[in-house]
Each structure stands twice: as C-alpha cells, then as structure tokens.
Ligand binder design. Structure first.
Ligand code: UD1
Length: 367
C-alpha cells in the first residue's frame, strides 16, 4: 500500500485534486492488491461554503481527513499556521509522499512541512513561471518546485522553465489535470446547472469576468480601470465576485456600471456553463484562461504576464494588463477574430491517470 497525503486548501486546488483522486479510486478498483491510500488535508485557506464545500460535493472529492481551519490572514501568518498544523498531521500519518497542487500558500506550506520531515513531495502543475516575483504565487511555485522530487508539468514550456533552473530529475510532462476535469464534468454540468436560465442569459450574448489577483485587487488604479472598461464594452459582463474583491471594493460596489452584473462566487458546474456559453472571457485567473481555450471562447487576460503563454501564442488570449483603453481595445480585437483552437495544447485529458502511475512507479524505484 502506498500512503499519499494531499495538502490543499484553495478553490482551484479542489478542482485539480478531484481529477487525481478520481484516478486513484479507479486505480484501486482495478488493482485491489496494490492500493493507494490517499488522505486529503484541507488547510482551510478557503472556508466559505461556495469557495470550498460546494466543490467537494459537486466533484465528489473524498471528505478531508482533517480541516486545519487556518482561514485568512497575512501571508506569513497564514502560511506559518498551516506549516505548524500540516507538520503535526504528517508526523501522525507518516505518508510515503505528499502531493501538492499549483501555487497557493497551501502549496508552499505543504511542501515546506514535508521537506523538513524528509518526506518526498510531488508537485502537480510544476514549472509554471510568470517571472514576476511580486506575485505571491510565483514565490510559492519556485519554492515548491525546488523542494519537490516528482514534478508534474502541464506543458513543454514548464519543463523548459525547470531545466533553466537546473531541475531535470523527476520531471514529467503529463498534460493538464484541469483539462481532465473539464472533459469529465462538462456533460454533467450541462445536465445539472441551472445558471443560464436562473440568470436569464442568452447564449453568446454576454461576457463573463473574474478578478481576484492581489496585483489587481490591491491596486486602486488597476481595479478602477478594469471596472470602468467593463462598463464600456459592448455586451453585459457577468462577474462572479471573489470574496477578496468584494471586501476590497466595499461601498464602491454600488457605483459599478449597470453593464456589470455582480453575482456571488459560483460552483464549478455553473462556472463551466457560464464560460462555455459566453461570448468572451475577461480574467486574471490562471485556470480560467485555459478553460476559455478549451471551450473555444476568446480570452482577455487582465494581467501583464501569463504562465499560460501557449494560449497567447495560439492567438486565443490577449494580455491586456489593467489599463482601461487596452482592455476595451483587446475585447474589440478578439471579437473580430476567428482563431484555431487546438485542444491538444494541454494534453489529452488523461493527465491524472499518468500522475497516478508515475507516483506508484516512484515507490517501486525507492525500494
Ligand atoms: C488564493 C491563492 C491564489 C488563487 C486563489 C483562488 C495564495 C497566495 N493565493 O488567493 O493563487 O488563485 O486562492 O481563489 O494562496 N476569503 C473569504 N472566504 C474564503 C476565502 C477567502 O472571505 O473562503 C477572503 C478573505 O478576506 C481573505 C481573502 O479572501 O483575506 C483572500 O483569501 P486568500 O485565501 O488569502 O487568497 P485568495 O485571494 O483566495
């Protein structure tokens, strides 16, 4: 038996962890003599029901072994609390491997706690770089990658980024688990999501947007520019609002243009449907840039750089930064463009199975 602890705590990590957990359950059913025992440790970084519980329910993720209930806070404090609590769990459960996802503070804490206890780390979504060290995510990924012994890269670019930093051992290009997730869930979402009728949205008659990155939310000028651009574009903008963004905007929310429809954060199936039926997506999220691509919906990214350079190179994503006129122009430019979407850019939808197999092989090699 192989004992894996998955440390996660933020919304995008639940989507990725769901794909891998599903592959593990499938593997266990087919191989009853060689079981992978996976336990999920939820750091509690995201704690609102619609940022956490709905994802576990909808994606049928195994219930966490423990929720560390760390909650929000300054980066040092939040990460420090996680580190202390994750260490206790690792000492208790003595896993063979710790699995971490993406680039959040939960990723950093999981990786650091494991490294100090000499437990091998596997990092899913390794090798991504924005080359902007002002982003907390960039620091988290750099540290997690340098501490990991198995690095699951979603793209060739990610493999090359690691090579440039001298990391070549244990690197596997497996494709993107988020693509596995979209392929597996899109039909379920079509069947169960009511969001289009609930919001009375005409297919291809609206844009969908998200904003939550610190570089935007913590900068008044960038936020004002983004929101004023949303007020000037040709179609209504549906904006499921992250709690961070809502908190920072506070009273300003009442001044938002009538063209913008602010709603609460939505569950995964609803988000897939909002994206798939939209005319164009505006976002500063990483995952949503790729989901736009998989749904062949043009994307305007509200950042100055992206880790998902393939979508930009393919002409499917425009980096518009956070200047009002640049955003308005990018929307116009994308509206009038027909682009080829080659869905194989991010793998074939079987990344999680590959991850599962490689994890098992790694254990065999250690014996
Ligand atoms: C985190 C990740 C980011 C990821 C994002 C997905 C880090 C450094 N950042 O950012 O990479 O893209 O998750 O959403 O780990 N809040 C709530 N309820 C919640 C969660 C958060 O109200 O359930 C509010 C709190 O005010 C909190 C703020 O949102 O202070 C920020 O939350 P936090 O977990 O620190 O980071 P995110 O912005 O969600």
């Amino acid at each position: 038996m192989m004992k894996i602890i998955c440390v996660c705590g933020a919304r995008p990590q639940f989507v990725k962890a769901a794909a891998v957990s599903r592959a593990i359950v499938k593997y266990n059913t087919e191989n009853p003599n060689c079981i992978i025992d996976e336990k999920i440790v939820h750091t509690g970084q995201h704690y609102d029901e619609n940022m956490s519980k709905v994802f576990f329910d909808e994606l049928k993720i195994p219930r966490p072994y423990v929720n560390l209930e760390v909650g929000s806070g300054l980066h040092g404090r939040q990460t420090g609390l996680m580190l202390e609590k994750v260490e206790e769990v690792l000492l208790e459960l003595k896993p063979d491997i710790v699995l971490v996802y993406g680039d959040t503070n939960s990723t950093l804490a999981g990786a650091l706690a494991a490294a100090k206890l000499h437990i091998p780390i596997a990092h899913v979504e390794a090798g991504l770089r924005s080359f902007n060290r002002k982003m907390p995510e960039e620091i988290n990924r750099l540290v997690a990658d340098h501490l990991s012994s198995i690095l699951f890269c979603p793209t060739d670019t990610a493999v090359e980024n690691l090579q440039k930093e001298g990391i070549t051992d244990g690197v596997h290009q497996v494709g993107d688990v988020m693509y596995d997730s979209v392929l597996f869930n899109v039909n379920l979402a079509e069947q169960s999501s009511q969001i289009m009728s609930r919001l009375e949205l005409p297919s291809k008659g609206y844009y969908v947007a998200t904003i939550h990155r610190a570089e935007n939310t913590n900068d008044t000028k960038r936020m004002d520019d983004i929101l004023s651009a949303f007020g000037q574009i040709d179609f209504p903008v549906v904006l499921p609002m992250h709690p961070r963004t809502r908190k920072i905007l506070g009273k300003k929310l009442t001044n938002i243009s009538k063209n913008v429809r602010v709603i609460d954060p939505v569950a995964y199936f609803d988000m897939l449907m909002l994206e798939k039926n939209s005319r164009l997506i505006l976002t500063d999220s990483g995952g949503i840039q790729k989901e736009a691509y998989w749904f062949s919906v043009p994307c305007v990214t509200l950042r100055d750089e992206t880790e998902w350079v393939e979508t930009v190179e393919a002409g499917c994503n425009i980096l518009a930064g956070a200047e009002r006129q640049r955003i308005v122009d990018a929307v116009k430019q994308n509206e009038n463009k027909s682009t080829a979407y080659n869905s194989m850019l991010y793998g074939d939808g079987h990344s999680a199975e590959r991850i599962c197999r490689i994890l098992l092989e790694s254990q065999v090699n250690q014996i």
